[in-house]
Ligand binder design. Structure first.
Ligand code: GL2
Length: 829
């Protein structure tokens, strides 16, 4: 727009005085401007939170400029776009990530310091955007960062939940949940688009009518809710490209309940209007199983209907018909949650665009790709047919039609194998008829991805065996990755500086393969010393946090051993706690000289239990009960501490991960589809103590067994072990520690009974007993390694070097090339 004209865009640009400048002086001016005019506080008196808000708005202005340029560029080039549909995004804080990606962190810090504020203190003012549960949701956030950084023409779509993931409060060692009022103080990172809104319809009935001489199914919906867009700019690193995460909020539609108004029932009309907003109110706080709830189904349809209307509008702005749709649109289904979009796209093409079944189906099967994130067949989403019929009657018809065609095609291939036909059918027959959403997704997508190689193998041989045998070419995997921008540059600035110094460049922040060159210096004593100094600084930060949160003082000389993730039986936090009890028991029974040889440990556990998951909540209580005993035992002192970090979320992870020496990823083999926490620890030079599950198998290949502590049954051994479980004798140490819990050594005897029952007497489904001995051996090996400081620092450096493969940049490039067929579209500076 550097035009000379005195009218139009050129004139506007002149008036704007060009783009915003990023020097500290300009930033200061902008911050003060926002204090005065946006936050509306006096520039003579504003506190840290108000300063944070003003800073956030100043950064947001810069994001918006880039966002506009990027969208303009995409519009001009009209590339094939990727639309990433996900019901969950765990974005965490935006300020820290944005200033890094825009390259203005130091300038912001300087600007603030001249105003008497500290950047780090202000960054702490921001609450997390926690619109997701765990790994799946954080993966979406990492992938958005990579999509922007690698210049892909991508959009994210999701739901703007009024309440994010619940806050975990611990009282007397028990978990309580509180709503996360994350929007109460406003959200400077989003832009409300009141004019970008779409009606989303539910309920009603379908009738067969003749339209233009043709028989048609006409849906007369019974309820309309408005979806309003909230845009969240996602900046790339080292590029002008800034993509959009568009989240939908439900608002009452104008025509919502006109009847009540007409009859003078004003109060009811208002109440009914408010009911519409419920759709985007809460995030389901459980990723363990899928509830076939009506609200959940409405949430899913609400967000995909609005997203598809938006996508189709954008496409139609440029294209006169749908012939090019598959060349311009890739729709990524992040798990089955958005899969109703398949039926919705079919409905739009059939009923609104009148393309006919053949043409519509031909388009649909070319645009969707599906990634599954689970290993367990019982965790696959099912929706009762009755519910579907009530909420989305036309979509149910379409699904039945798709299934009919699929069954016919299948019969031609496999004959009358009714058992297989019924397993593969999209409709599950039985006392309660269900729609199998995963089957729908597989049948209608061109590609089905797993999230690690081990996961892919399980999909082929167990979870989707029938489908794999039918369409082997559909199945792929993209091993998950995490973004080094968030997990090293933002969360571990000292390590970031050290890596850049030794590699002689900052290019690894974009080009992660360069990180592997650290291997060349892993045995260099200077690097080792500097490396361990950085670790110490991070451990100090973490120790301070632990003391503030739990009152426990921990020694920096101790090994910080961390397990932070959602609490699930399969993730086996209980195995960890039983291991800690064993360690405590051993120390108590040692003589003075023996104790001198003990490697001091601080065992740290953190994570939220899904609110309705009784056993997971008991595990949290047990952790607190054991900690109470150990931490107050002067006889043990600094040799062993156990702490629970409450309310684990992305920003807590940013503090905990860099400060860890060892981290545990100890799921029963065959249960973790991938796991991504391990990759964040690896990037931060933490050694892994893990089972050979999910992506850990690939981590082993990168770093070598000799640099990790791997234990336990392998994926293929687990089924046989389960068969044998009741006849296997658990090792004596296991029996002893469980007995201590049973006998009330840590109190709450009755309360812990069911927890003990869940791992004994032939009921040990997650195989804690049979893995216990090898777990203890792996722990002992970690102790031995920790004593040799030189060796430990070398291993730690090798961890970071080996993490190059586990960047989400690699994952996204693979998806772009092998699944979506999209190309970078770089916005000129
Ligand atoms: C998960 C898997 O359990 C986890 O192993 C995987 O790393 C992530 C991302 O692919 O997806 N599936 C799921 O529902 N959650 C996960 O973390 N919450």
């Amino acid at each position: 727009f550097v035009g000379k004209s005195k009218t139009g865009p050129g004139r506007m640009f002149e008036l704007m005085d060009g783009f915003l400048k990023n020097d500290p002086g300009s930033l200061q001016k902008d911050i003060l401007h926002h204090v005065e005019y946006t936050v509306a506080r006096s520039r003579f008196s504003f506190d840290d939170f108000e300063a944070y808000q003003a800073l956030a708005h100043s950064v947001r202005d810069r994001l918006i400029e880039r966002w506009h340029d990027t969208q303009q560029h995409f519009k001009k080039k009209d590339p094939k776009r990727l639309y990433f549909l996900s019901l969950e995004f765990l974005m965490g804080r935006s300020l820290s990530n944005s200033v890094i990606n825009l390259g203005i962190r130091d300038q912001c810090a300087e600007a603030l310091s001249q105003l008497g504020f500290e950047y780090e203190v202000l960054a702490e003012q921001e609450g997390d955007a926690a619109l997701g549960n765990g790994g799946l949701a954080r993966l979406s956030a990492c992938q958005m960062d990579s999509l922007a950084t690698l210049d892909y023409p991508a959009w994210g779509y999701g739901l703007r939940y009024q309440y994010g993931l619940f806050r975990q409060i611990i009282l007397d060692g028990f978990q309580y949940e509180q709503p996360d009022y994350w929007l109460n103080f406003g959200n400077p990172w989003e832009i409300e688009r009141v004019h970008v809104s779409y009606p989303v319809k539910f309920y009603g009935s379908v009738t067969e009518e003749v339209v233009n001489g043709k028989k048609c199914n006409v849906w007369t919906p019974g309820e309309t809710v408005e979806a309003v867009a909230y845009d969240n700019p996602i900046p790339g690193y080292g590029t002008r490209n800034t993509i959009n995460l568009r989240l939908w909020a439900a608002k009452p539609s104008d025509g919502y309940d006109i009847e009540s108004y007409n009859t003078g029932d004003y109060i009811n009309a208002i109440v009914n209007r408010q009911k519409a907003e419920i759709i985007s109110n809460v995030l389901y706080p459980d990723d363990r199983s899928y509830q076939g709830k009506e609200l959940r189904l409405k949430q899913q349809y609400f967000f995909v209907s609005a997203s598809l209307q938006d996508i189709i509008r954008r496409f139609k702005d440029v294209h006169g018909n749908f012939d090019d749709f598959p060349d311009k649109v890739a729709l990524q289904l992040n798990d089955t949650h958005p899969s109703i979009s398949i039926a919705e796209l079919m409905r739009v093409l059939l009923d609104e665009e009148h393309l006919g079944w053949k043409k519509s189906w031909n388009i649909v099967k070319q645009v969707f790709s599906f990634t599954t994130h689970t290993v367990l067949p019982q965790a696959l989403e099912k929706v009762p047919v009755d519910l579907f019929q009530n909420v989305l009657p036309r979509h149910l018809q379409i699904i039945y039609d798709i299934n009919f065609a699929f069954m016919e095609e299948l019969k031609k291939k496999i004959g009358q194998d009714y058992s297989r036909l019924s397993r593969m059918s999209i409709v599950e027959e039985g006392a309660v008829k269900n729609i199998r959403v995963a089957n729908l997704s597989i049948v209608c997508s061109h590609t089905v991805n797993g999230v690690s190689r081990a996961h892919y193998e399980l999909l082929k041989t167990r979870v989707f065996k029938d489908f794999y045998e039918l369409w082997p070419e559909k199945f792929q995997y993209k091993t998950n990755g995490v973004t080094q921008r968030r997990w090293i540059v933002v969360s571990n600035p000292s390590l970031c500086a050290l890596i850049s110094k030794w590699l002689g460049t900052e290019s690894w922040i974009r080009d992660i393969d360069l990180l592997a060159h650290l291997r060349e210096y892993a045995s260099n004593s200077d690097l080792q010393q500097e490396w361990m100094t950085v670790k110490k600084i991070n451990k100090m930060r973490l120790a301070e946090y632990i003391e503030t949160m739990s009152g426990v003082k921990v020694s920096l000389d101790a090994m910080f051993d961390v397990q932070v993730k959602r609490i699930h039986e399969y993730k086996r936090q209980l195995l960890n706690i039983l291991g800690v009890i064993h360690r405590y028991d051993c120390i108590k029974n040692m003589g003075k000289d023996e104790r001198k040889k003990v490697v001091p440990r601080v065992c740290i556990i953190g994570g939220k239990a899904p609110p309705g998951y009784e056993i997971a909540k008991k595990i949290i209580k047990l952790c607190h009960a054991v900690a109470e005993t150990i931490n107050n035992d002067d006889d043990v002192g600094d040799l062993l501490k156990l702490v629970f970090i409450p309310d684990y979320n992305v920003s807590v992870a940013e503090l905990v991960i860099p400060g860890s020496d060892l981290s545990q990823h100890i799921s029963t083999a065959g249960h973790e589809a991938s796991g991504t926490g391990s990759m964040k620890f690896l990037m931060n030079g933490c050694l892994l103590l893990a089972t050979a599950d999910g992506s850990t198998n690939e981590i082993i290949e990168e770093i070598g067994l000799e640099n990790m502590f791997i234990f336990g049954a392998k994926i293929n051994e687990v089924p046989a072990l389960r068969e044998k479980d009741s006849t296997i004798k658990a090792p004596l140490q296991f029996v002893r520690v469980v007995r201590m819990v049973r006998d009330g050594y840590f109190g709450f005897k009755d309360y812990f009974k069911s927890l003990c029952d869940s791992v004994e007497n032939g009921k040990d489904f997650y195989l804690l007993g049979s893995d216990f001995a090898s777990y203890l051996e792996a722990q002992a090996a970690a102790d031995r390694a920790y004593v040799d400081k030189t060796k430990w620092s070398e291993m730690s450096i090798l961890c970071t070097a080996a993490s190059a493969k586990f960047s989400s940049d690699r994952t996204i490039e693979d998806y772009a090339e092998e699944t979506w067929g999209v190309q970078p579209c770089k916005c000129p500076f």
